[in-house]
Design a binder for this molecule. Structure first.
Ligand SMILES: [Zn+2]
Length: 413
């Protein structure tokens, strides 16, 4: 059975009609629709000579035993955000299935190294706000005590929701067993941003996932009457926060791939007749270079103090969350570049702003790399998320080539 990229597109459409509605994909992890997607996928796997099981964190593993126990892992996630797109996560899994079929037929069911496919559980964290859940169990970077008591909108705890799907969070560490013999990890994904489309390129080589500094920044001023308080007597916390919201754009612009975002501003008392006494801002800063990220964080802190002084306010910082940048493996980056170049003529290297399961795998010390395919309009996590069919097909061909090159690399190293 030779590689058939058109079948990947057809199967993605099949999945879309099975698990989507007029508002988009509804494959939120730990819901019935997600389980239906997984059943659909299990049926596809059953047609192949593969061993298939769910690990202790709910990750779905299929393995095609090879001459060597060393394994190449192809990964993705069938779960989506509510009202999500048809390709985010699903392309990775369905394209990997096609590559799997090609390996199975080309080597009579026994490739030179073991080839494994994983559908990670709950990449999106859409229901409980905890992304990369299954891959973090695999990588031993999970946070079970904090996560098990998380609740969804209906007050159901994560622990109960997972138990309903047959997963005991107390046994998460058993998922680490799957790391045995893992030699390389590959993930294909839609870009979810506008860069490749702007460059007119179908495919990209992903350098790594950006590190994130996410903080809450609170300015304290003085709540006062908007009619009686002269302009020069005000301690306006919003004014200080607003200056910071503009300044972080200058901080980010000094570096080509850096991004800084103030995503939320809350004012107190938040009424039309009062000067803002307290303003709570959130700041999200990302870059692939840890030094740049640290520098931007320092600059934002310095700026916030300067603006607080100017507005006769004080400022207080508290970390919401952070993760270090995860650069992908240099040898695999080269192989990915070769594969992309062979299929599309040129290869553009770019960092990923969004986090992906590949980052967790890489943090576990397993060589990893990702390939991006262009997203139309750079839109994702939305029902209008789309990619040209010819680009989807090219991505399957390039990903298949990358898989073959990586098998050779595993044999050599
Ligand atoms: Zn995704």
């Amino acid at each position: 059975m030779p590689l058939d990229p058109k079948r990947t597109v057809a199967e993605l459409k099949e999945l879309r009609s099975l698990t989507g509605d007029e508002n988009g994909a509804q494959r939120v992890a730990w819901t019935d629709t997600w389980l239906r997607a997984r059943e659909w996928f299990a049926k596809k796997l059953a047609e192949l000579p593969v061993e298939h099981h769910y690990d202790a964190a709910g990750n779905n593993w299929a393995s095609l035993a090879g001459e060597s126990k060393k394994s190449l892992i192809l990964g993705g996630h069938l779960d989506s955000v509510p009202n999500g797109g048809w390709l985010d996560g699903a392309l990775n899994v369905v394209a990997a299935l096609e590559v799997f079929r090609r390996f199975a037929s080309e080597f009579n069911g026994r490739p030179p190294v073991t080839v494994r496919l994983v559908d990670w559980a709950d990449e999106e964290g859409a229901r409980f706000g905890r992304s990369l859940l299954g891959s973090s169990a695999f990588a031993a970077t999970h946070s079970v005590p904090a996560d098990r008591v998380r609740t969804d909108r209906d007050g159901i705890t994560m622990e109960d929701a997972l138990r309903r799907c047959g997963i005991e969070m107390g046994r998460f560490t058993e998922a680490e067993k799957e790391r045995q013999n893992a030699a390389a990890y590959l993930e294909l994904h839609i870009e979810q941003g506008p860069v490749l489309e702007q460059l007119g390129l179908p495919l990209g080589v992903v350098l790594g996932t950006k590190g994130v500094e996410r903080h809450s920044v609170t300015f304290h001023g003085q709540e006062a009457h908007s009619g009686s308080t002269p302009m020069n007597a005000r301690r306006d916390a919003l004014a200080a926060a607003a200056k910071l919201a503009l300044e972080i754009r200058n901080i980010a612009r000094k570096h080509p791939d850096a991004v800084c975002t103030v995503g939320s501003l809350k004012t107190f008392p938040g009424i039309v007749t009062a000067v803002v006494g307290r303003c709570e801002a959130t700041l999200d800063q990302r870059d692939l270079d840890a030094r740049i990220l640290a520098q931007m964080f320092q600059e934002a802190q310095d700026a916030s103090r300067r603006f607080a002084d100017e507005e006769k306010c004080t400022v207080e910082w508290s970390r919401i969350w952070s993760i270090e940048p995860v650069p992908f493996h240099p040898a695999l980056l080269d192989l990915c570049e070769q594969a992309v170049r062979e299929v599309s003529g040129t290869a553009h290297r770019m960092p990923s702003g969004p986090l992906h399961d590949a980052a967790e795998v890489s943090r576990a010390g397993i060589p990893a790399v990702m390939m991006f395919v262009q997203s139309l309009g750079g839109i994702s996590h939305n029902k209008i998320e789309d990619t040209r069919e010819e680009h989807l097909e090219m991505s399957v061909v390039a990903f298949d080539r990358l898989a073959s090159k990586t098998v050779d690399w595993i044999l050599r190293s």
